[in-house]
Design a protein around this ligand. Structure first.
Ligand code: PSV
Ligand code: MN
Length: 433
């Protein structure tokens, strides 16, 4: 697990000195926790194997349509984005993958980029196509949709773009394509729903046919925005319809922010898993809509309940041993006020905490209580796990993997953001949203 650190701003010495300084307190916390729970070694191994992909578009400050406030030192190129993810991975040893969005990040030399990423211990997760924006020099507009479009020529252009994205992905060693469509309509009557569905399905079928044999396709749904009356892939039912019709290598992708308010996402997850059609996640958090906030910042209990379903359904068991059936875990968040790297460290840790807590659930007892319709006991069992402070376990997994006990503290102690600003400048803007 321990690989050499390739980030000039952060050295092995930084990490070791930091860990030495925090070790006594960490040991005290860990001893207390391990005296309270059982199976810690198993949980630690699972946490050490656990990796979450970082999206290349979240390394700069996000923005809203009202404004964007870059914080300085944002990556100016794909190479610098890889350096930033390498830095996260060196700190937490759990960010060992990067997900690219084309054309925001075009790898000109796939082999060189793949080598650079590998030097940081990173692999490429799903590649993402973009037919929700018009690019400069693009012949036809996506104003009225892409794969659903009434004009065959627009559909063709969008299909070709997806096929090009697959080619970029192949050059990087990616093994999946995520298709998120903004297609839909803003006003009743604007769209014939069935025609839009059929056009989209036929377009997706062409893209699916272009996938290399071992590749997967993830169909990501979203309830609303940018279309506000209908979305052509609007919910998990529609995404599942497409995935089922496409074939066994097509799956749904659950972005936590893409549901109508108060949707029971954990139930959706359980059923998709049962159907073998859960391809992966875009993790984020939200209070109102697709707010793209730090994972676990608003509804950590919901996150825990989702992981509870993943553990219960055995979805995370396969992981490293059996990547074929592994589900893809990615972050898709973007906010305006925090340092993007600190924000991502928080997101990854929130996911690890939810996973560790889900592993603590006494499944046998829960099953018995369910069969006895003992709702009180069911809640007690779930919340006993949820209310366990597992942060020392997550820190121990980082320590054993060669990372930092307190990644955000170390990021600040070393002054990494200032170093990045010195090198890249204050006014750099990363490509992305
Ligand atoms: C759309 O809201 C989305 O969740 C899709 O995954 C996009 O690829 C991503 O955000 C960036 O716009
Ligand atoms: Mn998403």
């Amino acid at each position: 697990m321990k690989s050499k650190i390739h980030v000039s701003k952060l050295t092995q010495q930084h990490i070791e000195a930091h860990n030495d300084a925090h070790l006594a307190l960490h040991k005290k916390r860990l001893d207390f926790l391990t005296s309270e729970i059982s199976g810690t070694e198993d949980i630690l191994q699972k946490l050490m194997d656990f990796q979450v992909a970082i999206p290349s578009w979240a390394l700069g400050t996000g923005g809203t349509r009202f404004g964007r406030f870059p914080g300085g030192g944002e990556p100016r190129s794909l190479e610098e984005k890889i350096e930033d993810v390498g830095l996260l991975h060196a700190l937490n040893r759990s960010s060992g993958a990067i997900s690219l969005h084309i054309p925001w990040d075009i790898p000109k030399d796939g082999k060189a980029i793949q080598e650079l990423a590998a030097a940081h211990g990173l692999r490429f997760d799903a590649v993402n196509s973009n037919t929700f924006q018009d690019q400069e020099n693009q012949a036809l507009s996506y104003k009225f949709g892409s794969l659903q479009h009434v004009d065959k020529a627009v559909r063709r252009q969008a299909i070709e773009h997806n096929i090009e994205v697959i080619k970029y992905g192949v050059a990087l060693g990616s093994e999946s394509l995520t298709v998120w469509l903004s297609d839909g309509s803003c006003f009743p009557g604007q769209l014939n729903f069935r025609r839009a569905f059929q056009n989209t399905l036929e377009s997706l079928q062409e893209i699916y046919t272009a996938l290399p044999p071992h590749w997967k396709m993830f169909v990501e749904y979203k309830a609303f925005e940018p279309n506000f009356y209908s979305m052509t892939v609007g919910d998990w039912g529609q995404a599942l319809l497409y995935a089922n019709k496409l074939g066994e290598r097509a799956y749904t992708l659950v972005d936590l922010g893409h549901h109508l308010p108060n949707a029971n996402i954990e139930q959706i997850v359980a059923l998709l898993l049962m159907e073998g059609k859960l391809g992966g996640f875009h993790f984020n958090d939200s209070k109102y809509g697709d707010d793209d906030l730090t994972v676990g910042s608003i509804r950590p209990y919901q996150l825990f309940l989702i992981f509870n379903e993943l553990v219960e359904g055995g979805a995370l068991e396969s992981g490293i041993q059996n990547p074929e059936s592994a589900i893809s875990l990615m972050i898709d968040a973007s906010q305006n006020v925090k340092d993007p790297l600190e924000d991502l460290l928080q997101s990854v840790e929130a996911i690890q905490i939810a996973y560790a807590q889900a592993l603590l659930v006494d499944r046998k007892a829960l099953n018995e209580a369910q069969l006895e319709n003992d709702a009180v006991r069911c809640q007690e069992i779930l919340q006993a796990a949820y209310r366990t402070d597992v942060r020392a376990l997550v820190a121990e997994a980082r320590l054993r993997g060669g990372g930092a006990l307190e990644p955000i503290a170390l990021f600040r102690e070393v002054g990494i953001r200032n170093e990045l600003i010195k090198e890249r400048g204050l006014k750099t803007i990363a490509t992305g949203l």
